[in-house]
Design a binder for this molecule. Structure first.
Ligand code: Q9C
Ligand code: ZN
Length: 673
């Protein structure tokens, strides 16, 4: 199933007609450069192109008042002077005789996207629109926005398709206060936003953008704000918030549809955001959302004012929507102190609403809560002394590397008689086995038996790994007689012979060969029901989860709180996912795990399973080729003892693995940018 791209040149046909330093960055070229970049990279051609339509009055009235709609309707007929005058009643926005038409197309584009995804015409998609939407309110234009495209889309999706839960992820660098106001008391729409805040110093300077505004009445807990109190946030800061706040809550919420307020002013080079996350981060943010809601994801453009950064970020997003493997994450380091403070605040504000956050750390009730006031005072002093000498430096960053998807997406090593699923390639040794490798394998692994069958499976596996490392094949799956031995064999070959870092994720109670983790060339995460022996080194992470009715939530907790951040920080070039015999893991969770891990190592995931698990081949292959698994359903609370042991493990490991942090170090330490 494909990816929709919705765009119409008409939306470039309005612009600022007078001098206004605040509005001059919102230019028609924002759309043309984004679209041109998609065309030039061949991405546009790979998408299903869907026409825009005008949103109807009824559509617009889902969010806006009649008075406001009627007022905007008159703007095409106003003189320049009257347009200026009309504009003045709103904040940071401009009108133009053609903006009403464009605003109807922008909202209509979002609705066309929702329709294409909900009817199954495509799996996901992106709408490139102007004007943006997330700042506009029931009766007010604001922040370059006229109609609230995404809020309208959410209401429309609920009404037309009877959806029960819609998730809105707002990764634009401004707070989408219009979206927040639209759904504040509505538990069926979960709104997540991170935004430049600087303790309320940054536009739109609202008290209600802070972390403690969690929604009202029935909607309490369904509004999540992560305020950034410093500029310069980087990839690690964004990933930490996804891992430790958004993803666990989103999975617990279990949306039927994901809408993204896809603003790219949160990327490096943007004059508004002044953040330092690189465009490739959007490949990861997108990937991480693509396994929710059965893959139903609609991204709608919001901000983004550095034309270079914007075009690159849009391409990264669309690449990922199309299913191309994400590039290796770049610039991963420790989240900065200020980001950890924000993370801590948001988690603690939401702990009473989400069972995945139930054991999140409380805030120290001094300091942080008074920070806003303290900062306001400092700022006044600064202004008095005239300290505010700002020189903006031009940011430079490398262009994201070309993303070439290997010709073969998924190759399978299967015993005769096991059918190869559609869309996959059966992998067998084309040439004769390299005698050197054969000898080594025989020596290392098959000393006792002269088992030609096992030898040929292992050597086929080695050949597969080599092709994956050379990027000729993206992912793989092998049914083997002895997963432990096959694991050893692959790790030794990849880590030693090819000198790559391998992330080994073992699920189930079998024994994991422990000698493979000594030198950091592999990182083993072993998830089992067994109480772990004490931990040997930072490269061996035993995770214990008790079996029970809530094992799904326990597993997800481990996946987002531990595995994902560890994986991102370790940055392997190959992921080996090992399903031990009797792991007892249900298909949908297994598929989520497989899907998530493919965000690492450029999608180079090799799955090993015991020969007896033939029934797992189809579901596993399905996620390896990039299909989104079905939703897991709303989740139960994880077992307290599971959460406790995960939490103590996380706390122990966070000195070695900085992305595991969920609170700011008490003082001094922390690499602040
Ligand atoms: N430098 C969107 O990104 N101006 N709107 C702020 C502070 C308003 C941004 C001035 C920015 C509106 C969709
Ligand atoms: Zn913005």
């Amino acid at each position: 199933m494909g990816t929709a791209l919705i765009y119409d040149e008409e939306m470039t046909k309005y612009k600022l007609l007078w001098v206004d330093p605040v509005c001059k960055i919102e230019v028609p070229e924002r759309l043309t450069v984004s679209h041109d970049a998609l065309v030039r990279s061949g991405l546009a051609d790979r998408c299903v192109s869907i026409p825009v339509r005008e949103a109807t009055d009824a559509d617009i009235l889902l969010v806006h008042s009649e008075e406001y709609l009627e007022a905007v309707k008159k703007t095409p007929y106003l003189t320049l002077e009257d347009l200026k005058e009309f504009t003045l009643q709103y904040g940071d926005v401009y009108f133009h005789p053609n903006i009403y038409h464009c605003a109807k197309l922008a909202a209509g584009a979002a609705l066309q996207l929702v329709d294409s995804v909900m009817t199954g015409k495509v799996r996901n998609g992106m709408a490139l629109v102007r004007p943006p939407g997330h700042h506009s309110m029931r009766s007010a234009a604001n922040g370059f926005c006229v109609f609230n495209n995404v809020a309208i889309a959410a209401k429309y999706a609920k009404q037309k398709y009877g959806l029960q839960r819609v998730l809105i992820v707002d990764w634009d660098i401004h707070h989408g206060q219009g979206v927040q106001y639209s759904f504040e008391d509505d538990p069926s729409v979960l709104y997540f936003s991170w935004h430049r805040y600087e303790h309320q110093k940054f536009w739109p300077q609202l008290r209600e953008s802070d972390y403690d505004c969690v929604g009202k009445e029935k909607g309490a807990g369904f509004n999540i704000n992560v305020p950034w109190n410093k500029v310069g946030m980087q990839n690690s800061d964004y990933l930490a918030v996804f891992s430790h706040v958004l993803l666990p809550v989103a999975y617990e919420f279990c949306p039927d549809l994901v809408l993204v307020c896809a603003g790219f002013d949160s990327a490096i080079g943007d004059p508004e955001g002044e953040m330092c996350a690189t465009p490739d981060i959007f490949a990861h943010l997108t990937h991480l959302l693509m396994n929710l809601a059965g893959g139903k994801l609609c991204a709608v453009l919001e901000g983004g004012y550095n034309l270079t950064s914007l075009a690159q970020s849009v391409c990264q997003t669309v690449h990922t929507l199309l299913g191309d493997p994400a590039p290796r994450p770049s610039n991963i380091n420790s989240p900065c102190k200020s980001a950890l403070e924000s993370l801590h605040c948001t988690r603690s504000a939401h702990k009473k609403y989400w069972s995945c956050l139930k054991y999140a750390a409380d805030l120290p009730d001094f300091e942080l809560s008074t920070k806003r006031i303290k900062l306001a005072e400092e700022e006044e002093e600064k202004l008095e002394k005239g300290e505010e000498a700002i020189t903006k430096k031009e940011e430079v960053w490398p262009e994201p590397p070309k993303r070439v998807a290997p010709l073969v997406r998924t190759a399978l090593v299967l015993p005769d008689g096991v059918a190869c699923p559609d869309g996959c390639k059966r992998f067998s040794l084309s040439e004769n086995l390299n005698p050197l490798i054969a000898n080594k394998l025989r020596e290392n692994f098959l000393k006792a038996a002269d088992d030609s069958d096992a030898l040929s499976t292992l050597s086929t596996l080695i050949a597969l790994v080599e092709k994956m490392v050379k990027n000729e094949i993206c992912s793989g799956l092998a049914l083997v007689r002895d997963v432990s031995m096959a694991t050893m064999c692959v790790v030794q070959h990849a880590a030693t012979a090819l000198s790559n870092r391998v992330l080994v994720v073992c699920v189930g109670d079998g024994t994991v060969p422990s000698q493979i983790t000594e030198d950091g060339k592999s990182l083993v995460v072993h998830i089992s029901r067994k109480e772990p022996e004490e931990q040997k080194c930072k490269y061996y992470v035993p995770v214990c989860l008790k079996k029970g009715s809530s094992e799904v939530s326990g597993f997800l907790q481990a996946m987002f709180g531990l595995l994902l951040p560890l994986g991102y920080e370790y940055d392997p070039s190959l992921v080996l996912l090992v399903r031990m015999p009797d792991s007892g893991m249900c298909d949908s969770v297994w598929q989520q795990l497989t899907g998530l891990l493919q965000g690492l190592a450029q999608g180079h995931t090799l799955v090993l399973m015991q020969e007896s698990e033939k029934a797992r081949v189809d579901p596993t292959a399905s996620s390896l080729v990039g299909n989104a698994p079905p939703s897991l359903g709303p989740l139960h609370a994880p077992l307290p003892e599971d959460v406790e042991s995960l939490e103590s493990l996380r706390r122990r490991l966070q000195t070695d693995w900085k992305l595991l942090q969920t609170t700011a170090p008490e003082s001094g330490r922390g690499d602040d940018h």
